[in-house]
Design a protein. Sequence first.
Length: 372
Amino acid sequence: MSEKKIKVAIVGLGFGKEFIPIYQRHPYCSSVAICTRNEITLDKVRGEFNIPKEDCFTNFNDILGRRDIDAIHIVTPIPLHAEQTIASLEAEKHTACTVPMATSIEEIKAIVKAQKKSGKQYMMMETAVYTREFLLVKDLYEKGELGSISFLRGAHYQNMEGWPGYWKGLPPMWYATHAVSPLFALVDARPVKVHCFGSGRVREELVEPYGNQYRFETAVFKLNKDDLAAEVSRFLFQTSRQYTESFNVYGEKMSFEWQQIETEFPVLFKGEETIRIKDVPDRQDLLPKEVAMFTKRGVYDEENAHLSFVQGSGHGGSHPHLVHEFLSSIVEGRKTYIDVVTSAYWTAAGLCAHQSAMNDGKEIVLPVFENI
């Protein structure tokens, strides 16, 4: 175990609060600072987690000037992600950011440039590639048990009515990383081009904020590996369906399908044989013992449960895996698993898909981010 310790500032204390005790207990973290504009929330969280007053901030810019803070974990509203990420990297802080990375191709390119110039780590904190289900299927694939892959399918169904104002009318594919990332990550491929169609018109007041007219968007991506294609579907409004973040993988020897409803079980198919996976392994063995318990519980009690636990079972136990990967990459001096270029493709996939939908399914070729 490395003796190097990282001081991390968490910005945004809604969902961000979930990560405080994970960092505090992680052997690579020296201490945690927190930041939110709401002073009442700041004081409450400070008391709950025994954080020194000098490590509590209401202004994001004040963190940037603190030389003792090594890394910033951004968990703020989507419209702030790009601006704050770039500012963090320019301040020479290792930077993690919740999804999506940005909301335009121009912002993505600016983040890639800022990361390369700073030389600091960047990681988009994508939960879907650290869920129990993904880790199981990844293990099967790497062992050759799926055989060659024929097709991949992802979906993220979620009704965002009543969420904070910036969600109002958000184009479904702008927030597609939960659906696309397991597909691209499993086969280690990137999207090359996309056709996408919208379906069903949203209410007029939902069109105005972003110009999106569709309730539902469905895309087909061409990947740069093994002649593969992947299908992804998203909705955010006016569609009746239980929440799900899911992926299906169809292989030559074996296929995996996510359950249709939360109380059912995922399924493996071996030819015509159906195997219901009643106990997906919890991969605490991949984590330091100090944070392993956080795959199964969060910091919220039953009366104050964050929606990531009410909807989605706490993102499949992914939170401590994300923290461990981010801190480990810094200590070990290597790229994160979800590095800046990978994050760029996973985010741009959805942005380009929406562009296609707004142009009647026109083919959109994704930018190449490696040489920016």
